[in-house]
Design a protein around this ligand. Structure first.
Ligand code: ADP
Length: 544
């Protein structure tokens, strides 16, 4: 017997409709690309998203299933495009401008993007790229007529505000099935070509609800949320959905993600909740350290993920600024949230910090297990590590155009490529990405753990550990350090700091000091580039 409840398709534009109807006056504050702060609210955003949808349908010929791209920072206009075009049934492909141009050309062509909406910032980049994009019909420049660039070399440059002004703010959303695709995001592709993850309306609504829950991000209409994580990095970690569906205000930081600019937005927007990768927080903390009079009076909690959050960052927030840190793990293929470290009841204070540093427990709708190479499930004892596999209604079941099938098994488990332990509390801890783990004499050394401990050493700004070939042990760790400005910390001091905190055989064979550590397009340490840079390096005492 079937239930007798209404069939309410889960479509993402209903999230914005809800926010507009019941939280219509709630603010969206953005740093505009043109410069000044911009303020709007959910009611206005909804009208403009509808106007854009109607203009895009009539003037750009967009229909259900059309793919369009955005190359844009977090702003109110990016939200209008996101909701307006998803509401039309089109697929919004968010481009990461930090990718190499070859990768950008590859994914734009692979996705068959019809139009590209771009911030002023990226006009030169797209001008240089346009000859390699034969299918793209034109570019919509996300600004008004007064700020339109003068160059005429672009194919069909259209002014965003002029396009939007031609649309109908009362446009009625078409109806379609909740499993319709609405968003496309490519993984960084550190090995091989980037692969596309195709989100559906249903998966994004479910994931947005999941992320708002108390033991995920606990969002509410009392929050002012700043997604520092870009909309092009794995679905804004859901915040472009979970904030409006909770009625939370939004603060959009635009193009400037350096320490002083972020501080200014936290202050102006009275932000209570923010999310970003560790490198971004390091920049904010460095700015605060330089200006000890600055405090974070509004910031109640931050979510840190994308790579392992070092203890030093957590302690700085919690102990110096009274801002709680929630460590999160996930990936583009998971929409992206997979786990968060929120405190369970019944845990003593002394036990909590070691757990807080882990990547945490999966929320409802994410299932998780660790297995050995043969696929046998491993115990939750906090010591045994294995391949981390996941499933759930917001986890990919295939990549776009059927690529990368090896990652998905017959029972629907997706192999994350991460190596992890799970403890008795159910807290998962990432040991490493399987390709970054350092394999020394048949045993594994966690590069993440070495980095986290090294970062707590006085004078260290950033740390990366990589495995390099060794004649006897197959690989041994090299620790690469960026010193804090003006600091003189030596290799001997770093060895002394590590001593006693790690097993003897984990001790790096050498420490190298560099001015800068390379980062990937999503702000993570680029181990690939570091291994390349240190290819000819030999450990002391080993033959070349
Ligand atoms: P990209 O590889 O394009 O940066 P993702 O953001 O999807 O794309 O990266 C996902 C990967 O990032 C995970 O598989 C994991 O290796 C790493 N990661 C994410 N969050 C954490 C975390 N909190 N701790 C350790 N690793 C993390």
């Amino acid at each position: 017997m079937r239930g007798l409840m209404q069939d309410f398709p889960l479509l993402v534009h209903q999230v914005l409709d809800h926010a507009a109807r019941w939280h219509g006056r709630t603010a969206i504050v953005s740093r505009s690309i043109e410069g000044p702060l911009h303020r709007t609210d959910y009611a206005t955003l909804n009208r403009r998203a509808r106007a854009l949808a109607s203009a895009a349908e009539q003037r750009l010929g967009l229909r259900l299933g059309a793919v369009i791209a955005t190359m844009a920072w977090n702003s109110w206009r990016h939200l209008e495009i996101w909701y307006g075009l998803m509401g039309l049934g089109a697929i919004v492909h968010t481009l990461n401008p930090r990718l190499f141009t070859e990768q950008l050309a590859y994914i734009i062509n692979h996705a068959e993007d019809q139009w590209i909406f771009t911030d002023l910032t990226f006009v030169p980049l797209l001008e240089a790229l346009q000859e390699r994009l034969p299918r793209v019909k034109g570019f919509i420049i996300m600004t008004d007529e007064a700020h339109m660039p003068q160059s005429t070399t672009r194919r069909n440059p259209i002014c965003y505000e002029t396009l939007l002004a031609a649309g109908d703010p009362g446009f009625a959303w078409p109806s379609f099935d909740e499993n319709t695709a609405c968003g496309l995001c490519y993984t960084s592709g550190t090995t091989g070509n980037p692969k596309g993850v195709l989100y559906s309306h249903r998966s994004n609504v479910l994931h947005g609800l999941m992320c708002a829950l108390g033991d995920t991000m606990a969002l509410s209409a009392r929050d002012r949320v700043m997604p520092v994580v870009p909309m092009f990095h794995a679905n804004t970690w859901s915040l472009a959905f979970s904030a409006p569906l909770s009625g939370a205000a939004l603060v959009m930081p635009g193009a400037k993600l350096d320490g002083p600019s972020l501080y200014e937005m936290l202050d102006v927007g009275q932000v209570s909740f923010a999310a970003a990768v560790p490198t971004v927080w390091l920049m904010l903390l460095a700015h605060l350290e330089k200006n000890p009079q600055l405090r974070l009076p509004h910031l109640e909690r931050v979510v840190i993920g994308g790579s392992a959050c070092p203890e030093a960052i957590m302690r700085a927030f919690v102990e110096h600024y009274d801002t709680d840190v929630i460590h999160a793990w996930g990936m583009t293929e998971m929409s992206p949230i997979g786990s968060l470290a929120n405190r369970p009841t019944g845990i003593a204070d002394a036990e909590w910090w070691p757990l807080k540093l882990k990547q945490g427990r999966p929320p409802f709708m994410v299932d998780m297990k660790i297995t050995d190479d043969a696929g046998n499930t491993l115990p939750h004892d906090g010591r045994t590590f294995g391949r981390l596999k996941v499933k759930g209604p917001a986890v990919a079941r295939s990549y776009f155009r059927g690529e990368g099938l090896a990652a998905f098994d017959a029972e629907g488990w997706f192999d994350t490529g991460d190596v992890a332990t799970i403890d008795e509390w159910g807290f998962m801890q990432i040991t490493d990405r399987s390709k970054d783990v350092i394999k020394s004499g048949g045993e594994w050394i966690s590069s993440i753990e070495l980095e986290n401990i090294a970062l707590a050493c006085e004078g260290v700004q950033e740390a990366a550990a990589i495995g390099l070939p060794h004649p006897k042990w197959s690989e041994r760790p090299l620790l690469i350090i960026v010193r804090k400005a003006g600091a003189q910390v030596s290799a001997a001091e770093i060895f002394a700091h590590l001593d006693g905190k790690i097993a003897k055989w984990w001790m790096p064979d050498d420490v190298a000091f560099v001015d800068e550590i390379p980062h990937t397009a999503t702000g993570k340490i680029s181990k690939l580039e570091l291994r390349e840079r240190f290819r000819d390096y030999r450990f002391p005492g080993t033959a070349s």
